[in-house]
Ligand binder design. Sequence first.
Ligand code: HEC
Ligand code: HEC
Ligand code: HEC
Ligand code: HEC
Ligand code: HEC
Ligand code: HEC
Length: 413
Amino acid sequence: MFCNKTIMITMKRLKIVALMAVLGFFASVVSVKAQDPAEGEQIFKNNCTSCHAATDEVVIGPGLKGIGQRRPIDWLVKWVHNPQAVIASGDKYAVDLFNKYNKTQMSAFPSLSEGQIKSVVAYIDAQAAAAPAPAADGAAPAAGAAPAEGSSNGGMMQYIMVALLLIMVLVLIALLSIVSSLSKLASISPDAAEAQNVPLLKRLAENGKKLAANSAFKTGAALLITLLIGKATIDAAYGVGIHQGYAPEQPIQFSHKLHAGQYQINCNYCHTGVYKGKGANIPSANICMNCHNSIKRESPEIQKIYRSLEKDEPIQWVRVHNLPDLAYFNHSQHTNVGGLECSNCHGDIAKMEVVQQRSTLTMGWCIDCHRKTDVNTKGNAYYDKLVELHSKDHKEPLKVQNIGGLECSKCHY
Ligand code: HEC
Ligand code: HEC
Ligand code: HEC
Ligand code: HEC
Ligand code: HEC
Ligand code: HEC
């Protein structure tokens, strides 16, 4: 009896320890998720760099260096979700800032979650920490900046820690109540002598059954399993074959925002095949040299172009969009014949510092557009007969699906 009891108690302790470990694991996951500088970098680069730098530099809006210290996080979340609303509310800081920046309106980002905004702040803080202290300012401000950052991060961490502590205490209470009800069950077993005769394994199994029947335990277990399955499913869904959001680092820091955006160089100046052929083409170093044999020669990034030409080795650009071999896609069919804009499929590349895949590029994506999109028949004599035939028994205009855009063989070799 004594022996069994000790085992039972040890088991209970073990369970508590195991649960604590699982919770600890979640805690680490949650805290990383809450402010992930890598995620923040992505979000910042995709949404904010057109107007903000992570440094002191003013682009269109103010430099965001030190923003985590300058404004409380609640304010930042409200601001990013809807700057106009904050200004309209009469918030003095916002109104002053708005006037200082000549009443330039910042875009609203209602879809960014609080966690994502915190990640952006974490990224900006990390950038400031990584940047060397400016020599002119001397050592003092740099030394002052470090603890300030620490404290803001510390503040965040504290909230998370307190929340986790609360959860742990609740779980502990639940566990203790399970333990006490179990020991009650054990003590009212009809015959101690009989109980002693029952083999240890069987007793353990019975205790297991009782535990399983306990509703608090059931809900807890169900919650844990749901969380685990949910996380696995989300990870898997993002993992398999779909690369939406993929934005690899390139060997040269080539910026579309600068070239296609600020300097308005036509897409087909570089992507020479995009209106003529199947592939759009990635420009060779020679095309870069049309300009860079005189522009910014001294830049280390431009030096990389020279090196590639000297060695006669093409620049190893990392491919962003990539359909599997089984699918056939033709650019000129869509841009030239179909009259679509690049942004219909690629998003606004002229605003991207680093190219990012914006569409899923799945079969469903192609088909969906073919179902919805009218064929651009204007001024195309080739379609005149078809349109005439089509409008005889259809009210709707000719869609891509009506010209065979859903036929397997059109897209598969
Ligand atoms: C279209 C340009 C534009 C974009 C895009 C933009 N902002 Fe702004 N932002 C501004 C301007 C301009 C201001 C100055 C206030 C004003 O004029 O409304 C500002 C102010 C701010 C401020 C307050 C700065 C301070 O010094 O207190 C924060 C924080 C901020 N933006 C964050 C962001 C974040 C985060 C993103 C990306 C998710 C973003 N902004 C995208 C233009 C932009
Ligand atoms: C000055 C030359 C230049 C201009 C102009 C230019 N691009 Fe690019 N583009 C490049 C280079 C170089 C790459 C490969 C490196 C990279 O991905 O950033 C590229 C890559 C791309 C990619 C990704 C290719 C892949 O690997 O899947 C797309 C999409 C793209 N450009 C679209 C555009 C659009 C749309 C425009 C016009 C708004 C444009 N480009 C204008 C040079 C240019
Ligand atoms: C039609 C002219 C033109 C072409 C073609 C062109 N660029 Fe540029 N590029 C510019 C201009 C203008 C700048 C901005 C220079 C400045 O900031 O003073 C620039 C800046 C850059 C920079 C930033 C350099 C730095 O250190 O600030 C890089 C990197 C660059 N280009 C790479 C390329 C690559 C790679 C290609 C070929 C795929 C290319 N460019 C083709 C005009 C061009
Ligand atoms: C109907 C959708 C669609 C439109 C419109 C479109 N693209 Fe693409 N683009 C794609 C797809 C899909 C791929 C991937 C092709 C592959 O992997 O075979 C791609 C790939 C690219 C690439 C990588 C190199 C290549 O040829 O595979 C570049 C560069 C590019 N597009 C530029 C452009 C530019 C510039 C425009 C506008 C003039 C444009 N695209 C319009 C769907 C589109
Ligand atoms: C943004 C809308 C859009 C998307 C996305 C799109 N297409 Fe299209 N597609 C069109 C339009 C519009 C046409 C009609 C062009 C024309 O007038 O011939 C077309 C035509 C075609 C055709 C010729 C059909 C025929 O019978 O003549 C093929 C093949 C095709 N698309 C393949 C693809 C593939 C593969 C994808 C996905 C990787 C894709 N398309 C994605 C709009 C789209
Ligand atoms: C408008 C273009 C288009 C049409 C029409 C089309 N497909 Fe696809 N299909 C694609 C593209 C693009 C992919 C690759 C998608 C990916 O990698 O996720 C694909 C992938 C596939 C795959 C491979 C799926 C996988 O998981 O690798 C099969 C099988 C397939 N298609 C069958 C068909 C059949 C059967 C039809 C006719 C009923 C058809 N497709 C019609 C564009 C098309």
